[in-house]
Design a protein around this ligand. Structure first.
Ligand code: F6P
Length: 323
């Protein structure tokens, strides 16, 4: 029936390994020969493309990261390296690719398809959950759970010491991780790039709460906000009068055993991707919206501004205070 390959591009997420496992199993079930591309587009260029068997993917379903590596490739932006990638695929008679990555990777693949006719199916994979056209990106649930566990732990020590803790989450320019984590951890302050804020709006409230017996504050801030986490902590010290500390969660958020949801979504996304490629969907992104998988074109996914769901925004906006 033909040869098909999978690669990971951009930031790794927990859920890529289950996706790779199901890719091999389902491709074989469909009579296809599966190949693994190591190190993303870099591996396509450098011919790190190997046939896969069941043994390559056994024992990986519970592991974070990606067994086949990922990369952010500068070279793939250049036509001569895309030609090299095409030559490598052609030599192995691979004409279909499943790409786990973000919208930048999908744009690269769309260009590759236009130039060389290699069909692809994109699986949105980023903890930032900032890809237009899909409500869910692979890895988000695991990242949220890692953040939740961290916040629960920090709350324990914050309460013991009468302190303010400013906890910084990832997300680049998207505040989704901070928004959901702030809400589900009962944070006193949640700051995200999408919502304008003035800290002075909180001063009176927080000082009053301290007088009434509050022992600690938990602030969840997204890495993309206009101030640094240290500036927020300094504000707690100087304006509210409470000792404060900063915790930058960093790459901890990208690792960890994939949750059940991410394992299941990995299976669903990859299944849908292979089915699409077999039915002539040659350049589509597999999206999950309104609780259903659907194929979207690159024009519907890339080159558009991402917005967090209004109903979620409202939950934070309704408690945002201004001066
Ligand atoms: O896009 C995923 C992400 O983890 C962002 O949240 C973060 O800003 C960035 O990648 C970090 O990139 P790197 O791993 O290159 O430091």
């Amino acid at each position: 029936m033909g040869n098909i390959a999978i690669l990971c591009s951009g930031g790794d997420v927990s859920g890529m390994n289950p996706a790779i496992k199901h890719f091999v199993e389902y491709a074989k079930a469909k009579g296809l020969s599966p190949f693994l591309v190591y190190d993303g587009f870099e591996g396509l260029i450098d011919n790190k493309i190997v046939p896969a068997s069941y043994k390559d993917v056994s024992g990986i379903i519970n592991r974070g990261g990606t067994k086949i590596g990922s990369a952010r490739s500068e070279r793939f932006h250049e036509a001569r390296y895309r030609q090299q990638a095409k030559d490598n695929l052609e030599a192995l008679q691979i004409d279909k690719l499943v790409v786990l990555g973000g919208d930048g990777s999908f744009r690269g693949m769309a260009k590759f398809y236009e130039e060389h006719g290699i069909a692809f199916a994109g699986v949105p994979s980023t903890i930032d959950n900032d890809i237009v056209g899909t409500d869910y990106c692979l890895g988000v649930d695991t990242a949220l759970n890692i953040i939740r566990v961290s916040l629960d732990a920090i709350r324990d020590t914050a309460s013991s010491f009468k302190r303010a803790f400013v906890v910084e989450t990832m997300g680049r320019d998207c505040g989704y991780l901070a928004l959901v984590s702030g809400l589900t951890s009962g944070a006193e302050l949640t700051l995200i790039p999408e919502i304008a804020y003035d800290l002075c709006g909180y001063k009176e409230k927080f000082k009053k709460e301290l007088l009434e017996g509050r022992r600690y504050f938990l602030a969840v801030v997204s890495e993309g906000i206009k101030q640094s986490s240290q500036e927020i902590a300094t504000w707690f010290e100087e304006e509210i009068g409470v000792e404060s500390r900063v915790s930058v969660l960093g790459h901890i958020q990208r690792g960890g055993n994939p949750t059940s949801r991410d394992r299941l979504m990995a299976y669903r996304f990859v299944h849908f991707a292979i089915d699409g490629l077999l039915s002539g969907e040659n350049d589509k992104i597999c999206c999950f919206s309104d609780s259903q998988l659907n194929y979207k074109s690159i024009a519907d996914v890339a080159h558009k501004e991402h917005h967090i769901e209004p109903a979620l925004m409202e939950l934070v906006e309704s408690t945002t205070l201004h001066c």
